[in-house]
Ligand binder design. Structure first.
Ligand code: NDP
Length: 296
């Protein structure tokens, strides 16, 4: 079998178009422009790239982007004061603190100081609890993007066996909650899982969020399963020239595509959907803040 390639880049373009439409309507009909504040502490190169990309796409869909770049040695008190200011700013509907934070800052404390209604990353403990109990919440962007692609491909996910490899708070756990919410039978695998290959072979849906290049080989994949590869790993690519690198996922793409029914590529799969969902969450937060109907 040769898998259908789930084109996250194209799908993300559709999501952004819908977001832009909602933003235009909010402006025209209500005089409101949604605003997203992104806080970056320090100079982590990958984080700088993400923040730039988020800011650019925020503006492209017609929203206001507020970037706050703080020095790596910013004190916790100063960071909390900025978050407090953003919490109280009516022009700011979404707040995102780019992770990871420098070591001297308490990540949990910082995230939990964001107003849950503006927590567009969905990492605040209130949103985690709301998601876990099936209540209306802010849903973390990466798992939300994965769910949207799965729903788009399958329609209903009810009764499917899903395996999520990885149990992080930002991807694995919320992904499992979302799949459970869509009535999948969910297994969460991690570094201590015994016989991972056997666990994965049972799955109709495999979501890999590990951070290990190409660790899932094709012969772990059940014939016809859907593979969502969240991993983003940079590896050496001597075939492209000396010192060159390329991006790969957590799944070995070619061999997995031989057996899967559908698969997301890396790059061009989950990655683009993450930022699109961040923009969608910001519009949702803006609508909720103003008592307006939310986009579906
Ligand atoms: P973490 O490092 O926080 O979590 C990795 C998880 O993988 C852990 O639960 C760990 O288990 C598990 N794991 C590690 N080794 C193995 C193994 N040999 N077998 C099974 N499980 C294992 O990573 P994140 O969740 O933050 O990210 C995962 C990947 O997704 C990364 O490549 C990251 O770059 C990518 N990512 C992509 C995004 C996107 O937009 N596309 C957004 C966010 C992340 P244990 O808990 O036991 O240690």
């Amino acid at each position: 079998m040769t898998a259908t390639i789930i084109d996250g880049k194209a799908f993300a373009g559709t999501v952004r178009e819908k977001v832009a439409g909602h933003v235009a309507r909010l402006k025209e009909e209500h005089g409101i422009t949604p605003g997203l504040a992104v806080v970056l502490v320090g100079e982590d190169p990958a984080s700088q790239v993400y923040v730039r990309s988020k800011g650019k796409q925020t503006v492209e869909v017609g929203m206001n982007s507020y970037e706050h770049k703080l020095d790596a040695d910013t004190s916790e008190a100063d960071l909390l004061a900025l978050i407090d200011q953003l919490n109280n700013d009516p022009a700011v509907h979404g707040i995102l603190v780019q992770l990871p934070l420098p070591k001297h800052l308490n990540e949990d404390l910082v995230i939990n100081s964001i107003d849950p209604a503006k927590d567009v990353d969905g990492f605040h403990i209130s949103n985690v609890g709301l998601l876990g109990t099936g209540q209306k919440s802010m849903v973390p962007c990466t798992p939300l993007g994965c769910l949207m692609m799965l729903r788009d491909h399958h329609g209903s996910l009810s009764g499917m066996d899903a395996v999520v490899i990885g149990r992080s708070n930002i991807v694995g756990k919320p992904m499992a909650q979302l799949l459970l919410g869509d009535s999948c039978t969910v297994t969460i695998a991690h570094s201590r899982t015994k016989d991972l290959a056997d666990v994965v072979r049972r799955a109709d849906i495999v979501v890999a969020a590990v951070g290990r290049p190409e660790m899932v080989p094709g012969d772990w994949i059940k014939e016809g399963a859907t593979v969502i590869d969240v991993g983003i790993n940079r590896i050496d690519a001597p075939e492209k020239g000396e010192g060159k690198t390329r991006l790969v996922g957590d799944c070995h793409f070619d061999s997995c595509a031989e057996r899967a029914g559908a698969i997301t590529p890396v790059p061009g799969g989950v990655g683009p959907m993450t930022i699109a969902c961040l923009l969608a969450n910001t519009v949702t937060a803006c609508c909720r803040a103003n008592g307006l109907a939310e986009p579906e």
